[in-house]
Design a binder for this molecule. Structure first.
Ligand SMILES: *Cc1c(COP(=O)(O)O)cnc(C)c1O
Length: 397
């Protein structure tokens, strides 16, 4: 059994704060500062440029990629790190489209994260007028998979509602129709058990600063199925995805396997932070994590629905249909979240009316979650959100 008291002791959370926003920015693991200080002082400071070899910086994207791979069911050597998730979405999509070059349509859903849709639109514009992005409601995806679709591009867990797609089922349907699938695991990696190998995924991408706690702007990951990796032609053909970057050839030749999805110089300080942040997962069983997450969600959901009739549940009621978050709708959602943050419970708001709460068993206990629900209930009962300072919107919501 995973010892969640032990994992909680590995995080540095501010006194008196209950953090229900680890789905947006994971908190600081205690060992990160020392590791980054070591990378700065002993590596960058003392080794200077020799750190690329002596400190193993050049291999860090692959080494860290394997640690994330373990959490998503990927074989060693099939995941690499770098850039931001938006860039990795673009790379995966461009390569998938090229593998299915007789077709022109990308299918996605209206619950997808806007950046994924924007990247797809931009890619279509570059490729030419015959390419298009088609979006339908999440529940209608299954019915729209046919032999016109080149690539199905989905985020497994909806960032607003927490609704979870049936990954294996949709992959089977897409493959039967001759389409490839790109999965965005931004709200899955470190949140729920994922098995990209067992589900026969083609491409998967995700970020590390949400449930994997790498800190603001941490690098993204990309997985390519081993059966495709040697066929994939990178659209962003940077020198570190070249077979021999230090030959400085004038022609691009892709590196073997997943290495070709690297682009440019990796962000070593952020990778060092992520490498340290991943230590906690060495002692976590993903099935235990899922069971605990559902337990926390149920405590919150039952208390809030009983005490706050004005908050409409935006997430599926059925536990198995959710990822690791619960959302409610309210016309004054922004002000309610601000009042809650004022009371020491951090959740977040997503336009137009979503109050969003993430459940992260690594550092949240059942008592924390019950206390957070009670504070939300008190704010709603007393109408304490209805103050000008809670209504004033900040730049980042
Ligand atoms: C968080 C998130 C992103 C953010 O992309 P960045 O390029 O890292 O800013 C993209 N897609 C999804 C589905 C997300 O949840």
């Amino acid at each position: 059994m995973t010892d969640f008291a032990a994992t909680r002791a590995m995080f540095d959370l501010p006194e008196g704060v209950i953090y229900l926003d680890g789905n947006s920015l994971g908190p600081l693991p205690r060992n990160v500062a020392a590791r980054v200080a070591q990378t700065i002082g002993a590596e960058w400071g003392q080794m200077l440029i020799t750190g690329w070899n002596r400190a193993g910086w050049m291999d860090l994207p692959a080494r860290v990629g394997d640690r994330i791979g373990r959490l998503i069911g990927a074989q060693p050597g099939t995941v690499t790190m770098g850039d931001t998730l938006s860039i990795k979405v673009y790379q995966a999509l461009a390569s998938a489209l090229e593998l299915r070059s007789d077709r022109r349509v990308i299918l996605s859903d209206t619950g997808n994260f806007p950046s994924d849709l924007y990247m797809a639109e931009g890619l279509c514009r570059t490729l030419g007028a015959e390419y298009s992005l088609k979006t339908v409601a999440p529940e209608e995806i299954n019915a729209h998979i046919d032999d016109s679709i080149a690539v199905l591009m989905l985020t497994e867990v909806d960032y607003r509602t927490g609704r979870k797609h049936d990954m294996a089922g949709l992959i089977a349907k897409a493959h039967a129709a001759g389409a490839l699938v790109v999965w965005d695991l931004a709200h899955s990696a470190g949140a729920i058990p994922v098995d990209v190998t067992g589900a026969d995924a083609d491409f998967a991408v995700g970020c590390s600063y949400k449930y994997l706690n790498s800190g603001p702007g941490g690098p993204a990951f990309i997985y390519v199925a081993p059966r495709l990796a040697q066929q994939v032609r990178p659209a962003l053909s940077g020198w570190l995805g070249h077979e021999a970057p230090f030959a400085f050839d004038l022609d691009y030749r892709p590196a073997p396997g997943i290495e070709r999805m690297r682009v440019g110089t990796p962000a070593i300080l952020q990778l060092a932070a992520l490498d340290a942040a991943l230590d906690v997962w060495d002692q976590v069983n993903m099935d235990d994590l899922r069971a605990r997450s559902l337990e926390l969600q149920e405590i919150f959901l039952s208390r809030v629905t009983a005490a706050c009739p004005d908050l409409a549940l935006a997430s599926p009621r059925e536990a198995e249909a959710r990822g690791s978050q619960i959302s409610f709708r309210h016309p004054h959602g922004y002000a309610i979240i601000q009042a809650l943050i004022h009371d020491g419970v951090i959740g977040d708001f997503r336009a137009p009316d979503i109050l969003r709460f993430g459940f992260t068993p690594l550092y949240l206990s059942p008592e924390d979650v019950a206390r957070a629900a009670d504070k939300l209930a008190a704010i709603m009962a007393e109408g304490r959100w209805d103050r000008p300072e809670f209504r004033a919107r900040a730049k980042v919501t």
